[in-house]
Write a protein that binds this ligand. Structure first.
Ligand SMILES: Cc1cc2nc3c(=O)[nH]c(=O)nc-3n(C[C@H](O)[C@H](O)[C@H](O)COP(=O)(O)OP(=O)(O)OC[C@H]3O[C@@H](n4cnc5c(N)ncnc54)[C@H](O)[C@@H]3O)c2cc1C
Length: 594
């Protein structure tokens, strides 16, 4: 048993009230997603995560992973947890029923994913990468590949990996060098891939690698990239696992955090592989799963912040130090206003982040399942706009929130034994993999805003203003929420106007302001969700809802977010109007101090 308590109440509130489960359950294919079923799923997932997976977290951090005779070994406790996860049918909850999946909405999958990640982030990366690979094979694989691989992967019997990165090809995949040479009906794949998450392990009998490589006559750049499925062990016609393919684990990385996740250097030497999708469309195949993969990493930011908050709160309730304002007795540090500032920042911002991520998951369900093409297009445009915020803003914020978790612990946060330091170390990767914050910010400003002249963003800002107006009408308790959201949306409109007016004038302007744009919009979008939450909570209280403490706390969280978090928006807006001139004027010699 661990000290992790899944925040099921808040998850249910967000799923039902903010992301609109009822509307999603009305979509074709999702009829079984009734509130009762979802409640049962969350309760059971919560029990698995708290009782079985969370206790493996510290073990994984302390033991890490190792290579023995070319085979990666992970802690024994990880095996037992994985077995229970598979026996409970958890790997398949959102997958296609044609291949053994349970076909539940992505929104429900997001909540379960959050719990798995909060329980043990390093462990959860294995199922997460497998889901990405399943998604890709399902969308682009041949019928034969689907028949051989999908059922095994969906059941959890085999896991999957994504092999993109090479030493010279990180953010820039156009320079990938791995080769795939046609050989009869298959390909011989050669090259070195680095940083491959769960690239090897001893938990399942096979691992399915998806590898980005280029055929010998392929053009340079991204147009020459194709995707290949390369199993660790070749699979016979009857589906049984046969001889080992020529994929070798060179090493596992020693790294700052997520010690329980094997980050592998893999060497492919004429390994047998099979084309996924069309030749030259490898990157496009990867992009079909990008939104759900980036949503998954954004959820990791929610998860690690939730765990850090729970730990910090427990400490603040126990640790006695100093006197409360105006008091004479020694008190627990939770009574100090500055400790409250830290705890409430963690609580309110984690709630805002969860709401934004789940709302994005809900739009993803509409975008894939709505029967009306216009509705699908609207929701897809909203997903496209929200995903860089979910990945970029949430994971950047997780750095601050997990650091606050250390701060609440004082010196005991800096030493390892309380666990606060692990969350801060584990969180650090989130802004780097699946596209760094710089890449998310560039995507937001370039593809999602400038490309349509800010149209999709303006529609969303109009919806935010409507929420602010509803808060005004709801009465005095939401005055701060209304005023702060109105001011923040106005700053966002000014920043958008500046971007539209100045992006062409200087090609460096968009890149120079993109981070601040991302953080500004993330903060505003989080504030919007908190305002919506506060409105619903006000209505529930007025209607005499049973859970009045939860709703009263939600209103206080929203007010705190409005007072403290939305106040940061104007800082980002002011910076945006400075553009690129100063940062691009400094010379390399001046950077060096020569
Ligand atoms: C623990 C871990 C697990 C990983 N798992 C996987 C995996 O499973 N599969 C896989 O294929 N890869 C994986 N990666 C690789 C990861 O996706 C890359 O590290 C990441 O994409 C960044 O590439 P890079 O490290 O080469 O950094 P670089 O691309 O060299 O970036 C360095 C800095 O330059 C900035 N930068 C670069 N280009 C631009 C640009 N065009 N505009 C603005 N800023 C830019 C970046 O934002 C960053 O701050 C993993 C990495 C780690 C550390």
């Amino acid at each position: 048993m661990s000290d992790y308590r899944p925040p099921v109440k808040d998850m249910q509130f967000v799923i039902n009230e903010l992301a609109g489960l009822a509307d999603i359950a009305a979509l074709p294919g999702y009829e079984e997603a009734t509130p009762d079923l979802i409640e049962a799923v969350l309760e059971e997932a919560g029990a698995l995560c708290a009782e079985v997976i969370a206790p493996t977290n510290v073990v994984g951090d302390e033991q890490g992973t190792r290579v023995e005779d070319g085979q990666v070994r992970v802690p024994a406790e990880f095996h037992a947890a994985y077995q229970q996860y598979v026996e409970g049918g958890w790997p398949s909850i959102v997958n296609n029923p044609d291949f053994g999946g349970q076909g539940l909405p992505k929104l429900v999958g997001a909540a379960v994913e959050e719990m798995l990640q909060t329980a043990n982030l390093a462990w959860s990366l294995c199922p997460m990468l497998t889901q990405g690979a399943i998604h890709c094979i399902e969308a682009h694989g041949s019928d034969e590949l689907k028949q051989i691989y999908l059922e095994k992967m969906i059941s959890g019997a085999w896991t999957g990996t994504m092999n993109l990165t090479e030493p010279q090809a990180g953010s820039d995949l156009s320079v990938v060098r791995s080769q795939a040479v046609p050989d009869g009906g298959v390909y011989r794949v050669s090259g070195q891939k680095i940083f491959i998450t769960w690239g090897d392990h001893d938990i399942t009998e096979n691992i399915v690698h998806l590898v980005l490589a280029r055929t010998p006559d392929a053009p340079a750049g991204v147009k020459g990239l194709s995707l290949f499925l390369v199993p660790k062990y070749l699979v016979s016609g009857d589906g049984s696992v046969g001889e080992q393919n020529s994929v070798t684990t060179v090493s596992v990385e020693h790294k700052l955090g997520i010690h329980g996740s094997p980050t592998c250097v893999l060497d492919f030497q004429n390994a047998e592989g099979y084309l996924v999708g069309e030749l030259g469309k490898g990157l496009a195949c990867m992009f079909t799963m990008m939104n759900s993969a980036r949503l998954g990493v954004g959820l990791e930011g929610v998860s690690i912040s939730e765990r850090a908050y729970q730990l910090a709160l427990g400490w603040a309730l126990d640790r006695v130090q100093g006197r409360a304002p105006g008091g004479k007795e020694s008190v627990a540090i939770v009574e100090h206003p500055d400790v409250r500032r830290m705890l409430l920042t963690m609580k309110a911002e984690t709630e805002a982040m969860r709401a934004l991520a789940y709302v994005a998951a809900g739009h993803l369900d509409h975008a894939t399942h709505a029967s009306d093409a216009e509705a699908r297009a609207f929701h897809q445009a909203r997903v496209d706009l929200l995903i860089p915020l979910v990945k970029g803003w949430i994971t950047e914020n997780a750095q601050v929130l997990t650091s606050l978790g250390v701060q609440v612990h004082g010196g005991m946060g800096y030493v390892e034994e309380t666990g606060a330091a692990q969350y801060m170390r584990d969180a650090r990767i989130l802004t780097i993999y699946e596209g760094t914050t710089g890449i998310q910010a560039g995507d937001l400003v370039g593809r999602k805003i400038l490309r349509d002249g800010g149209a999709a963003l303006t529609t969303m800002l109009d919806e935010m203003d409507a929420t602010a107006a509803a808060c005004k009408a709801a009465g005095d308790e939401l005055t701060t929420v209304c005023e702060s959201l109105t001011a923040a949306v106005s700053s966002a409109r000014e920043a958008l106007a500046w971007l539209l007016a100045n992006a062409k004038a200087d090609p460096a302007n968009a890149g120079a302001v993109s981070y601040h744009f991302l953080m500004l919009l993330g903060l505003v979008a989080g504030g919007w969700q908190m305002a919506r939450a506060a409105l619903i909570a006000t209505e529930k209280l007025a209607a005499g809802a049973a859970d009045n403490d939860f709703y009263a706390a939600k209103i206080l969280s929203a007010r705190f977010y409005a007072e403290q978090s939305l106040a940061r928006v104007s800082g980002h807006a002011g910076t945006i109007s400075s553009g690129s001139a100063t940062m691009m004027s400094i010379t390399v010699d001046q950077l060096r101090g020569d």
